[in-house]
Design a protein around this ligand. Sequence first.
Ligand code: GSH
Length: 210
Amino acid sequence: MKFYDFTPAPSSQRVRVYLAEKGLELPTEQLNVREDEQFAEPFTSMNPFHCVPFLALDDGTVIAESMSVCRYLEELHPEPPLFGRTPAERAVVDMWMRRFELDAFIPLLHALRNRLPNFAGKVVPGTRTDLPQSEAMVGRGREMAGVLFDRAEPHMAKNEFVAGPDFTVADITGFFTLRMAYALEMDIGASWPATHAWFRKVSARPAFQL
Ligand SMILES: N[C@@H](CCC(=O)N[C@@H](CS)C(=O)NCC(=O)O)C(=O)O
């Protein structure tokens, strides 16, 4: 198998943090999505969604989507478990990961893509489009993430990690969610101190030294 990666890309970094936490190494090829290499062959046929990361298996199967890559690797390498051990743990990890991803990560991703000049013409990942950047998406992204952070804060105050006592993939998704929130100048420390403290703790783990 081969992992198609771009070192600065946050979605690739999500997988690389997972690999580091698991102690796994994969044959890796860099694909410079800033230079549009994902639109050239053979990559455009391998992943017609034109994004990194993706994992190409020896039988030709291509797994894109960062967390789908991690789920596949977890099946091959169950220890240490990062998706939970029991059916209930796995469901709780999935619940918190989906909450962070759907309610904050995605709105913040769109906020950043609609704000930063280098994403002009690229507001939808993996496309080149004439859709204009929208300032309204920036404000709404922050507001939506704020709703999730309000809801999560009491839970974060009572738990060591996002899904409970153990570090899981929900922390990886949470970390990249919060990193975008800081980049968008959300005052996490003032408004959500337990979430801020958790972020600092997770950031200190060796796997997160990106
Ligand atoms: N949901 C996808 C998102 C992948 C994604 O957005 N990748 C970005 C880099 S962080 C990319 O390759 N963008 C290329 C582009 O927008 O053309 C995942 O989690 O893997």
